[in-house]
Each structure stands twice: as structure tokens, then as C-alpha cells.
Ligand binder design. Structure first.
Ligand SMILES: Cc1cc2nc3c(=O)[nH]c(=O)nc-3n(C[C@H](O)[C@H](O)[C@H](O)COP(=O)(O)OP(=O)(O)OC[C@H]3O[C@@H](n4cnc5c(N)ncnc54)[C@H](O)[C@@H]3O)c2cc1C
Length: 465
């Protein structure tokens, strides 16, 4: 039997053939299609972001009954796109994939959608000593070179764990370069220079050592979610915020703002901020090992802005602009995605986000103009007024409450593994924070795939022989 037909027969499973080949049923020509595994229980998935949807997709493809509980009124979680603002799809959350080795990228390629590498052929500008110049022009400046070496060597760091700031101080770096370090090493991790633990971040996909930035050429990311996961919509209970998970009995009882749900297994994919806040009551309480892991994982405020200028004044071939007073790094959306090439993207985290997110549009515009005027000698406001801006405050989203997870001092990849461990083969954890590729879409997808492998193994072990 044709494999695709067989998958259709068992209930769609659009992603299964691609990502979990080992779990596919092999059908002989004379057999009717049947579920890959025989299971009459229900798996409740909490959260309809990347991890929740992908977990559901893979389970459904195996013939497992799935119910999805989503606190908000849409799918996608931290993926949110706007088509109308600019001449490219504006991504208010995740915008690029950080690795070629990405389950989601495979899915995009299978759909024959065009992707582009963003920024690799453009140059970065560093505002330093009152001048905005490309890195090549700073190569004779010892402080600048020391800062770049420090950042490039983070993956090889071998000392005791400490914040990036403490490590920079101990390395004797001049305070004038702290802003670059914030922009290049802390901001991409979703935090400040004085919070992330340097040992924990060594393998992060979000460090500059990994300079992949793969974007969809034409399609909003959210559209891909709608297209790939459309078959799951009927299983999603929207506006259903989970308040407690009782796994003390044979089955799991999930209380929500929209009634109770009974399942055999539950997969929790809510952001780590929600888990840390205690707004979901676990009965019995989470194991101490998980609580300890959570205490070493941070998630800070996140605020994203796209600003459209009347004219590009920062350079048609410029990618990142480092060294702003208010914004550690500006990203020029650039020619790979935008024909007009006159939009800057701002992503700020931690303290910078807390400051900017509370400003009115007018104050935000003037704050950004001042910052850019300082870097570009007044050129930002000189005949180049901001024409429009669009903003997204992820901290203010009740069901997200921040950007993405990062390791605090003392944290390590082990915490991700601990967070991902199931409890009593009844409660499972997925989501970006439960992956060593934390802070990324890839992590969310990987964690979903790993969780499904574990659930299927447990289901098979539970079957009478
Ligand atoms: C500003 C920003 C920029 C980013 N840029 C990138 C990037 O360029 N590349 C990249 O790879 N990644 C990026 N990321 C990270 C990426 O978006 C996330 O890692 C990924 O989307 C997380 O998916 P998830 O399924 O783990 O969580 P989410 O997408 O957050 O999904 C969790 C879901 O759970 C729901 N929920 C919460 N509480 C409850 C409850 N009590 N009951 C029921 N449902 C609940 C939420 O509403 C949400 O829909 C960025 C994130 C942000 C915020």
C-alpha cells in the first residue's frame, strides 16, 4: 500500500512520515490501513504552540486520540505573523530558524516553500567611540578586538559559572564594549548581560558562533502553522486555561477555566514562565528535581518592534547595528526579504524590554529616533521620520509572560533534560524550555518529537503482551 494513503487512512498525520519514520506502520498491499499503535486512551495536550501542535500531530498520525487545551484564542503561541504592515511578512515572535538541522525546516522544504539565509552577505555596524563603523574598521582597536574574542570564545569557556557580565569583567574588558556584548551574547539569548550563566549558554543555538538565520522568503510562519496543523483545529479547546493537573489517580484530571477534562496522559507545553509562576497547580506537587531545574531556568521580558522609515539611512548592505544606548541591537530587515529595504527590527529583552514596553507609540518613536540619531549623526530624524511602527509586547501576553528561556547562573543543559522527564508515565513536558535547543522553534519541535517517542514507548510497554 502507498504509505501516504495509509497515513491518510489512520487519520492524517501529515508530519509523521517525515519526522518519525521508525514509528510508521508498514502496510502490505492486501491489508486495510490501521493505527500504528493500538491505544484507546486519550492524551491531553496543554498549549497550542509549536510543541503542542507538533506533539498532537505526531500522536494523531499514530492513531492516538488527542485533545488540545489552549488558554488563548489562536494557535501558534510565540509564532505570530502580520502580512499587511510591510512588503514582507512581519514576524512578531520567532522569525528565523537557527539551524539547518531543523525538523520544521524539513517540513517547510517538503512544502516546496522558498527559504533565504538572512544577513550572511551583509555587514554589521558597531557604534563605538562616537563612530558607527563596520567590524573591519575596528580591527586596530584593542578593546573592540578583545570584546569580539570574548564573545567568540564563549563556547570554549572553561571557568566557574558566572554571569556574562562577571566573566567580561574578569577578562578585563573595557566597560565601553559591554553594550556590544549585551547585543551579541545576551540579547539573542533573551536576557541581560547580568543574568545568563556563561557555562549554561555555551551550546546555545542563539550565540553568534551559530550564525544561521534561515527565513521563509515569502510566507508568514503563522500561515505554515495553519496549513500544516489545520487538521488539528477541531481538537483544540480555545480560551481554556489550565489551572490544575491532578495525576494522583489512575487517570489525569485537568481543571480549566472552561471545565474539567479527563485523560490518560497529559503533555504540558506551556512557557516556562507559566510553570514557574505556579498558576498551574500540580497534584501531587512537581518533584523537587523538576522544581530545582525550573529555578535555574530564566525567562525575561520581551518586546519587539518593526519600524518603517521613509528612507534607509543606515546602509542598504547593513545587517545588524550594535551599540545603541536604548536598543543594544537593531536588525535591518534587508534585501533578502524586503524590496524597499527601509525597515528596522528591534528585539529587546530583560530590562531594555521593561523600559520600552510601557512607552506610548509617540514616546517609543522619539526614543528610538534619538538613539538612532546618536549613532547616525542625526540622520534618523533628518528627512527620515519614522513612517509607521508595529509593536508586540510578549510580556503583556497573559499566557506567555516573556520571551524565551535561558540558563541562569548554575543552570546547564541537564536542567532541560530534567524538565523534559515524565512523571509516572502520566505527565509529560515539552516546549522550547524542555530542549537543549532552548529559546528556539527547533527546540520546541525537537521536544515534541522526543515526547512522542517516549509516550509511544510507554503505551507499548503498557499493552498486555
Ligand atoms: C520576540 C521573540 C522572538 C523569537 N525569535 C525566534 C527566532 O527568530 N527563531 C526561533 O527559533 N525562535 C524564536 N523565538 C522562540 C520561539 O518563538 C519559541 O521557542 C517557540 O515558539 C516556543 O514554542 P512552544 O510551543 O514551546 O511555546 P509557545 O509557543 O509559547 O506555546 C505554548 C502555548 O501554551 C499556551 N498556554 C499558556 N498557559 C496555558 C494554560 N494555563 N493553559 C492552556 N494553555 C496555556 C499559550 O497560550 C501558548 O499558545 C522567539 C520568541 C520571541 C518571544
Amino acid at each position: 500500500m502507498n504509505r501516504r494513503k495509509a497515513l491518510k487512512g489512520v487519520g492524517i498525520g501529515v508530519s509523521a512520515g517525515l519526522f518519525l519514520p521508525s514509528l510508521l506502520t508498514s502496510c502490505k498491499d492486501d491489508e486495510e490501513p490501521k493505527p500504528a499503535i493500538n491505544y484507546d486512551g486519550t492524551v491531553i495536550i496543554i498549549g497550542a504552540g509549536a510543541a503542542g501542535l507538533y506533539t498532537a500531530d505526531l500522536l494523531v498520525s499514530q492513531g492516538v486520540d488527542v485533545v488540545i487545551l489552549e488558554a488563548g484564542d489562536r494557535i501558534g503561541g510565540r509564532v505570530k505573523s502580520v502580512r499587511s504592515f510591510a512588503d514582507f511578512p512581519v514576524e512578531l515572535g520567532a522569525d528565523v530558524l537557527k539551524s539547518q538541522d531543523s525538523l520544521f525546516l524539513q517540513r517547510i522544504q517538503e512544502l516546496n516553500l522558498n527559504t533565504v539565509q538572512v544577513g550572511t552577505d551583509r555587514e554589521n555596524i558597531f557604534f563605538f567611540n562616537g563612530q558607527a563603523l563596520p567590524a573591519a574598521d575596528w580591527q586596530n582597536h584593542a578593546d573592540f578586538v578583545a570584546a569580539q574574542n570574548f564573545i567568540n570564545n564563549i563556547p570554549a569557556y572553561g571557568g566557574d559559572d558566572k554571569t556574562i557580565l562577571q566573566a567580561a569583567r574578569e577578562a578585563g574588558l573595557d566597560v565601553s564594549v559591554y553594550g556590544f556584548i549585551e547585543g551579541q551574547a545576551a540579547d539573542p539569548l533573551g536576557t541581560d548581560i547580568n543574568k545568563a550563566g556563561i557555562n549554561g549558554i555555551k551550546n546555545s543555538l542563539n550565540l553568534p558562533a551559530n550564525n544561521e538565520a534561515i527565513a521563509l522568503a515569502n510566507n508568514p510562519l503563522e500561515d505554515i502553522f495553519f496549513s500544516v496543523f489545520n487538521h488539528l483545529i477541531e481538537r483544540v479547546h480555545f480560551n481554556t486555561s489550565v489551572t490544575s493537573i491532578d495525576y494522583s489517580g489512575e487517570e489525569v484530571t485537568v481543571e480549566t477555566t472552561n471545565g474539567s477534562f479527563l485523560g490518560n496522559k497529559v503533555v504540558v507545553t506551556v512557557p516556562v514562565s507559566i510553570l514557574k509562576s505556579g498558576s498551574i497547580n500540580f497534584v501531587p506537587a512537581l518533584p523537587d528535581s523538576k522544581k530545582a531545574a525550573l529555578s535555574r531556568i530564566g525567562m525575561d521580558a520581551a518586546f519587539k518592534v518593526f519600524i518603517k522609515f521613509n528612507k534607509n539611512f543606515w546602509g542598504l548592505n547593513t545587517y545588524k547595528i550594535y551599540g545603541g544606548n536604548v536598543v543594544p541591537v537593531y536588525t535591518s530587515v534587508g534585501p533578502e526579504l524586503s524590496v524597499s529595504n527601509r525597515t528596522l527590527m528591534i528585539e529587546v529583552f530583560g530590562q531594555d524590554a521593561e523600559i520600552l514596553r510601557v512607552l506610548s507609540d509617540e514616546d517609543l518613536k522619539s526614543t528610538i529616533l534619538n538613539d538612532l540619531d546618536n549613532i547616525f549623526d542625526g540622520k534618523a530624524s533628518l528627512n527620515n521620520d519614522i513612517s509607521e511602527l508595529i509593536r508586540m509586547d510578549w510580556t503583556g501576553e497573559e499566557n506567555i509572560q516573556g520571551g524565551y528561556s535561558y540558563p541562569l547562573v548554575g543552570g546547564s543543559d541537564e536542567d532541560r533534560t530534567t524538565l523534559a522527564e515524565d512523571i509516572d508515565t502520566k505527565v509529560y513536558f515539552a516546549g522550547e524550555a524542555a530542549s537543549v535547543k532552548y529559546g528556539t522553534l527547533d527546540g520546541a519541535f525537537d521536544s515534541g518529537a522526543a515526547t512522542v517517542q517516549t509516550i509511544i514507548t510507554h503505551i507499548q510497554e503498557e499493552q498486555p503482551q
